[in-house]
Design a protein around this ligand. Sequence first.
Ligand SMILES: Cc1cc2nc3c(=O)[nH]c(=O)nc-3n(C[C@H](O)[C@H](O)[C@H](O)COP(=O)(O)OP(=O)(O)OC[C@H]3O[C@@H](n4cnc5c(N)ncnc54)[C@H](O)[C@@H]3O)c2cc1C
Length: 431
Amino acid sequence: MAVLEKFDVTIIGGGLLGTTISYWLSSLYDIKIAVVEKESDVGMHTSSRNTGVVHSPFYLNPDKKAKLAKAAFLSHDMWKTFAEKRGLPWNVVGTIEVALDDIQHKILEKYMAWGPKNGMSEKDMTLLDGDEIAKKEPNIQCHSAIHCKTDAVVDYGKYTKSLKEESQKNGTKFLLDHKLESVENLDDCPVLGFSNKEKLNTKLVINCAGGYSLDVAKKFGLATEYSSLHFRGEYWIAREQYTNLVKTNVYSVPKYPDFPFLDPHWIIRSDGKSEVGPNAVPVASPETYSGYVGDIETFISKLADVVTGSTRKLLLNAEFMNLIAKEWLSSLSKVVMIERVQKFMPKIKPDFFSERGTAGIRTPIITPQGQFLPDVLELEGKTSYHILNYNSPGATGAPAYSAYVVKALQEKGFLQYKTRKTDSIWNFDLL
Ligand SMILES: Cc1cc2nc3c(=O)[nH]c(=O)nc-3n(C[C@H](O)[C@H](O)[C@H](O)COP(=O)(O)OP(=O)(O)OC[C@H]3O[C@@H](n4cnc5c(N)ncnc54)[C@H](O)[C@@H]3O)c2cc1C
């Protein structure tokens, strides 16, 4: 039998998370690290197919989303440093989060307390009334809003590719066009088998497979009681003459914070274009970027076919099913999508948008009780560590969150190697 190439650590998935973890590990240790990625380059999925916002975590509940909130706060300045050192776009445009009535205003008041609880400085957020907002941005109409000064817009796909180069300089091997298919020897130096028939041997596996991370965890006999759903977020690009209608991101308070649906927003891209989106249309897989099923009845019955396990319980939730129908309509019809934004930008019209933007897919994990899991889920096997439900604002939080993963692996005794000093972009000891 051929002798297999052996690695100390193998990371499944070359998205922002897997690539950033490889960067930290390779700058801290002189060990053999592989990142296996099924595509021909890193960052081909969610890490390139998102809104591109470096979020300040004022809108994240510090009790329910503590890990994502802390990581987002710490990572903001880390990304800024990275962009400066690598000459990548970093454009601070700010965000206006609008409330349309008194009830939503109460939620903004809650956000004003959450921001500082998540580490933000009070001076970076201002609660303004509708008139004050209209003075700032005449094309916004609202009851009140938070103006957050610090949000930036970037191209996370470019950031992922740039981090790959940094990680390669430290010795990480990127095995592209390698789709993980099988795992043997779970308890001692697993053997990973790929669709191209190659195999490798590794002491530790870190699962960062994004929308497929639940499937990978199940190959290791973990997370068997969880299931997942996939929601496609679609965008429409504003024609050039309407790009500057509003010069900042505009989000609205979500009506149902326990569901992963944010009403479509007005967003500024790092290349200066403006878009409306994303909605959240349920689709069959983490990579179904186009296509839907005929009419709403067929669509709902198809949904019942594709969901398994605990997700079935969600289909009995009337509020959830109503939302699904609304999201589905906004996928079929540009008019319906734009109507959702007209609530706070009354001047925009469907013909201001002629081209669809790049869709991306969120894959939230559903608990055994049939509920959306609010925060990241980390699971540990004998020779493996799994990161599931790494959803928005996961791109924002990647630098600090991935350092946190490395610290957790150190504490659990998975990384018993001598550390080394390299010229790292970020300071691990300060996190
Ligand atoms: C519509 C949308 C908008 C968003 N907007 C924002 C935003 O504005 N700001 C923000 O901070 N976050 C945002 N996010 C969230 C953010 O993009 C994600 O949290 C982040 O990109 C996740 O990175 P990842 O590395 O976990 O996943 P991915 O980038 O999906 O990477 C996973 C990788 O694993 C690979 N893979 C999967 N299975 C296998 C296998 N079997 N073998 C080998 N490789 C495999 C895939 O090919 C993929 O490259 C958004 C997400 C969506 C969907």
